[in-house]
Design a binder for this molecule. Structure first.
Ligand SMILES: *[C@@H]1O[C@H](CO)[C@@H](O)[C@H](O)[C@H]1NC(C)=O
Ligand SMILES: *[C@@H]1O[C@H](CO)[C@@H](O)[C@H](O)[C@H]1NC(C)=O
Ligand SMILES: *[C@@H]1O[C@H](CO)[C@@H](O)[C@H](O)[C@H]1NC(C)=O
Ligand SMILES: *[C@@H]1O[C@H](CO)[C@@H](O)[C@H](O)[C@H]1NC(C)=O
Length: 487
């Protein structure tokens, strides 16, 4: 990495050049970063390409495909997403936008699906998700999340993967065909192994999606108590397949209040230690407060389902604007102790769901259009997986969150809630190298000028209703990076 001054702060640049700038600095609000306060560890930020949406990226040609991939994964020009959530198909075909299963022809007895069952059909595409995962990996993504919406129909009380139903074998079911818990666990392991053979190591696995919701597409019902029964089968099955590093997440509730119930039920059933994260969506109830659990907590799917396609940063709270999303993600990560925030669809076409805002990028044939929602996530791209959230204080009409990355750099993410420009001083002595980027209506992660004073205060002007991301580095950490680049 070659360091050029325009991107980095001038060291000891006070007093600042003009009288008007000096005045602003005097008026600045101060935000103090506290390295001694340590909160949750961040796993990352992500999205899904489920329900064949990933194919929209697969089908882009030439530079367009590279541009969209850069928007999603590039850590210097795009959102720098670090988690890819894939749907494990349960449908015997690819009709409509359904995701096809590796078990299109199901044996009649659960005992036929042994750990070495050979009747799976792997198409090497997985509805475009394998391609998207491989590209993500090329950009350095390491967190891959496999998530089944349902077991295949043959394993369920209602004989189909759609319209709810339950997994045969959990309490409250009594299927003539028997107990399919072990068969379902073996099947999930087989899916993970197909990806492994294609070079993608899944790190996280979920076997339910919105188990409190019956719908005409893939869905399967479960309480947290019933989920715990399956977790107790799945964990040893993964372990005996040498997949000890694949962590189980549960249960992708439609909203925070159901997810909170899931957490309590899983703990009461003695399965909390077998899971990695409690996962919640935000559709039926929004995230608020901190969930009581020893597991990590992820917001693993949310988007705006109403309103028509909009790309703006600020619309005074209309559906899906970027500023609202900046606040939504901020609330989850900084106020509610989340370790991950995962959006719903990365990309979608114009025809689906009346061209609503459930996507970050509209792909229309060979054309694409980016919403500012993407830049709400880009504001967090300096918070890398493994970062630990640390303390901040001070500032009015300002939201601030800080994170210490594994490389010891410190990421500070700020939202200016005021409609007018504010000049901020961010106090973090010992980190003289500071870069900043900001997003508002007319800027998308544009470089911002930062002045670092003798006392280690970094001053930055933040336009009204803008999001600004500051990355602080020590001279030592930068030297290490330069040496690595030179070697
Ligand atoms: C598959 O595993 C079963 C036990 O689960 C065993 O009886 C059978 O011999 C194995 N088949 C092969 C081909 O390894
Ligand atoms: C990210 O974008 C920059 C600028 O276009 C480019 O130089 C870099 O190679 C991209 N990163 C990756 C991993 O492709
Ligand atoms: C188990 O997985 C590890 C990597 O996670 C690999 O190095 C090892 O060879 C595997 N062992 C077997 C028996 O497959
Ligand atoms: C925040 O989450 C972590 C797990 O990631 C947990 O250990 C910690 O207790 C949680 N904090 C609070 C205040 O509940």
């Amino acid at each position: 990495m070659h360091v050029t001054l325009p991107h980095f702060a001038a060291i000891a640049a006070i007093p600042l050049a003009s009288a008007s700038t000096w005045l602003e600095v005097r008026q600045s609000q101060r935000i103090t970063v506290d390295l001694t306060k340590k909160y949750q560890t961040i796993d990352g930020f992500g999205f899904s390409g489920a329900f064949q949406r990933a194919n929209l990226v697969v089908n882009l040609q030439g530079t367009k495909q590279r541009e969209v991939l850069d928007l999603l994964f590039n850590t210097t020009t795009g959102a720098g997403f670090s988690i890819v959530r894939n749907g494990i198909g349960s449908t015997p075909n690819s009709n409509r936008d359904y995701m096809n299963t590796i078990l299109p022809n199901c044996p009649s007895k659960p005992s036929d699906i042994t750990s070495n069952y050979s009747g799976y059909v792997w198409d090497g595409k997985d509805s475009g998700q394998l391609f998207l995962s491989q590209k993500a990996q090329e950009y350095g993504v390491q967190t891959f999340y496999a998530n089944a919406w349902s077991a295949p129909g043959c394993m369920k009380t209602n004989g189909q993967d759609t319209n709810g139903g339950m997994l045969c074998g959990i309490s409250g079911t009594n299927c003539q065909s028997g107990d399919w818990k072990q068969a379902y666990a073996n099947y999930l392991v087989a899916y993970i192994k197909f990806y492994a053979s294609a070079g993608i190591r899944y790190t996280h696995l979920a076997f339910l999606n919105e188990p409190d919701f019956t719908t005409s597409y893939a869905s399967m019902l479960s309480s947290g108590t019933q989920a715990a029964e399956f977790i107790k089968v799945l964990r040893p099955t993964l372990d005996s397949a040498n997949l000890t590093s694949v962590a189980i997440n549960c249960c992708e509730a439609t909203g925070w209040s159901i997810a909170t119930q899931h957490a309590q039920q899983i703990a009461a059933a003695g399965a909390e230690s077998l899971i990695y994260a409690i996962t919640s969506h935000e559709y039926t109830s929004r995230i608020s407060g901190v969930m009581r659990t020893n597991a990590r907590v992820w917001q693993s799917e949310y988007s705006d389902l109403s309103g028509s396609w909009g790309i703006k940063w600020y619309t005074n709270g209309a559906s899906g604007d970027g500023f609202t999303w900046a606040n939504t993600v901020f609330n989850g990560i900084v106020n509610s102790n989340l370790s991950a925030y995962v959006f719903w669809e990365a990309v979608q076409d114009r025809a689906t769901n009346n061209n609503n805002n459930e996507k970050l990028i509209l792909i229309d044939g060979q054309n694409y259009e980016v919403s500012k929602r993407l830049y709400a996530f880009a504001g967090f791209r300096i918070v890398r997986p493994g970062a630990v959230r640390i303390g901040t204080s001070g500032g009015s009409n300002i939201k601030s969150g800080a994170f210490r990355n594994i490389d010891n750099s410190v990421a500070v993410v700020i939202i200016n809630s005021a409609a007018s420009v504010q000049t901020l001083g961010v106090v973090l002595p010992g980190y003289p190298l500071v870069q900043a980027w900001y997003t508002d209506e007319s800027h998308s992660m544009s470089a911002a000028t930062v002045m670092v004073g003798m006392d280690g205060t970094a001053s930055v002007r933040v336009p009204g209703r803008a999001m600004v991301s500051l990355l602080f580095k020590t001279v030592e950490s930068e030297t290490v990076i330069k040496q690595t680049a030179t070697n």
